[in-house]
Design a protein around this ligand. Structure first.
Ligand SMILES: NC(=O)c1ccc[n+]([C@@H]2O[C@H](COP(=O)([O-])OP(=O)(O)OC[C@H]3O[C@@H](n4cnc5c(N)ncnc54)[C@H](OP(=O)(O)O)[C@@H]3O)[C@@H](O)[C@H]2O)c1
Length: 321
C-alpha cells in the first residue's frame, strides 16, 4: 500500500510517499481502508517534532512510527479476533492527537478507541474535517459557562478551530463578533457572525462592546490587549501559549488575582467531542470549511501550506477517491 513516510523529524519535504506492507489487524483491532484524512496543526507538530514537548509522546529523537496522521474516515476492510462492534463494510471515522498513522491507504486501530460509525449522510471528507479542529474548539468552550445572552469575541474565526468555534457558538444562539481578513468576510458572514472586524483594516481591541468571553483561536492577541474588551468576571481563552508561555502563567494566577480570568484548557475526551460533533453534523448545524484537497502523493505540499498558518478551515487528503 502507499503511505506517507518520515523517519526523522523535519520540515514538510522530509515526507515521502512510499510503498510499504499493508498492516494486519491484531485481536481487538480493525483494518480501515482510509478514504480521507486531514493535514492539521497537530500533524505539523508531529512531523516537525516541535514544540519539543510533543516528542515525549511520539518519539524522543526520531518518530516512533514512520507514518503520520491523526484522523481518518473510511471503511472497515477486515476485523480482528474478538471485534463485535464493527463489521466489514462499515463506514467509520476517528481521531487521536498522538498520531494514528492514518496518512496511508490502510491503517489498523483498536475497535475500543476513538473510532465510531460515520455520522449519517456525511461524506468522508466532511467527516474528517470535523475532527481535530472542532475537538479543540469544543474543549476550549466546554470548560466555561456560556449563557444564551453571553457576548463572545472570536479572533481567528477563519482557522480550523475558529471556523468550528463560530459554528458551535451560533448553534447555541450566541452573539459573536468575529475577526478575519478581507478575503474571508463573506465566509464568516455565511457562518453566522453578527459583527465582523477585518484585521487588515481595523483594530478589534478598540471595539466598545464589553464581552463575557474573548476566544483567540489563532493566538494572535494577548490577554493584556484584550482586557479592556472584557467585563468583570470575563474570561480570555487562547489556543496558543502566548509570548514566553504567558497564558499558562495567567491561567494559574488570574483565578486568584484580578477580576478577569485566563483559561488554557488542555483538550481531552475525544469520544465526547466526536459525539457532540456527530449530533451537530446530523442535525445540519455544522458544515466544515474545506480550503484545499490534495491527493496522498502531494501530501508534502499540503503540509507546507498548513504550516504557513494561512489555511482557511481545513486541508483534506483524499486517499481513496
Ligand atoms: N492548544 C492546543 O491544544 C492546540 C491544538 C491545536 C492547535 N493549536 C493552535 O491553535 C492555532 C489555530 O489552529 P488552527 O488549526 O485553527 O490554525 P489555522 O487554521 O492554521 O489558522 C489559520 C487562520 O489564522 C488566521 N490568521 C492568521 N493571522 C491572523 C491574525 N493576525 N489575526 C487573526 N487571524 C489570523 C488566518 O486567517 P486569514 O486567512 O483571515 O488571515 C487563517 O485562517 C494554531 O496556532 C495551533 O498551533 C492549539
Amino acid at each position: 500500500m502507499k503511505s506517507a513516510i518520515r523517519r526523522k523529524y523535519g520540515p514538510p519535504n522530509t515526507l515521502k510517499v512510499e510503498t510499504i506492507e499493508r498492516p494486519t489487524p491484531k485481536a481487538g483491532e480493525v483494518l480501515i481502508k482510509v478514504h480521507a484524512t486531514t493535514v492539521n496543526r497537530t500533524d505539523c507538530a508531529l512531523v516537525t517534532g516541535k514544540p519539543y514537548i510533543m516528542r515525549l509522546f511520539v518519539g524522543l529523537f526520531n518518530p516512533s512510527h514512520p507514518t503520520p496522521g491523526t484522523d481518518f474516515a473510511g471503511v472497515i476492510e477486515e476485523v480482528g479476533q474478538g471485534v463485535t462492534k464493527f463489521k466489514v463494510g462499515d463506514k467509520v471515522w476517528g481521531f487521536r492527537d498522538e498520531g494514528l498513522h492514518s496518512q496511508a491507504e490502510y491503517m489498523t486501530y483498536s475497535a475500543e478507541k476513538n473510532i465510531d460509525f460515520l455520522p449519517k449522510g456525511i461524506s468522508f471528507e466532511d467527516a474528517v474535517a470535523s475532527l481535530e479542529a472542532p475537538h479543540y474548539a469544543y474543549n476550549f468552550m466546554k470548560n466555561v459557562e456560556i449563557k444564551k445572552d453571553s457576548k463572545v469575541l472570536l479572533n481567528g474565526a477563519t482557522g480550523g478551530i475558529g471556523s468550528s468555534a463560530l459554528q458551535m457558538l451560533k448553534a447555541m444562539g450566541i452573539e459573536v463578533t468575529a475577526v478575519c481578513n478581507t478575503k474571508n468576510i463573506d465566509l464568516i458572514k455565511s457562518l453566522g457572525a453578527d459583527k465582523i472586524y477585518n484585521y487588515e483594516k481595523e483594530d478589534f481591541t478598540k471595539d466598545e462592546t464589553i464581552y463575557d468571553f474573548v476566544l483567540d483561536a489563532v493566538g494572535k492577541s494577548s490577554f493584556g490587549k484584550c482586557k479592556p474588551l472584557m467585563k468583570e468576571g470575563g474570561i480570555y481563552i487562547s489556543s496558543e501559549l502566548g509570548d514566553n508561555w504567558e497564558n499558562i502563567f495567567y491561567a494559574l494566577s488570574t483565578p486568584f488575582f484580578g477580576k478577569k480570568k485566563v483559561i488554557f484548557p488542555i483538550p481531552s475526551n475525544i469520544k465526547d467531542s466526536m459525539n457532540y460533533m456527530k449530533g451537530l453534523l446530523e442535525e445540519g448545524k455544522f458544515k466544515p470549511v474545506i480550503d484545499r484537497r490534495y491527493p496522498l502523493e502531494e501530501i508534502a505540499d499540503a503540509y507546507e501550506y498548513v504550516a504557513s498558518g494561512q489555511k482557511t478551515g481545513n486541508v483534506v487528503i483524499t486517499v481513496h477517491g
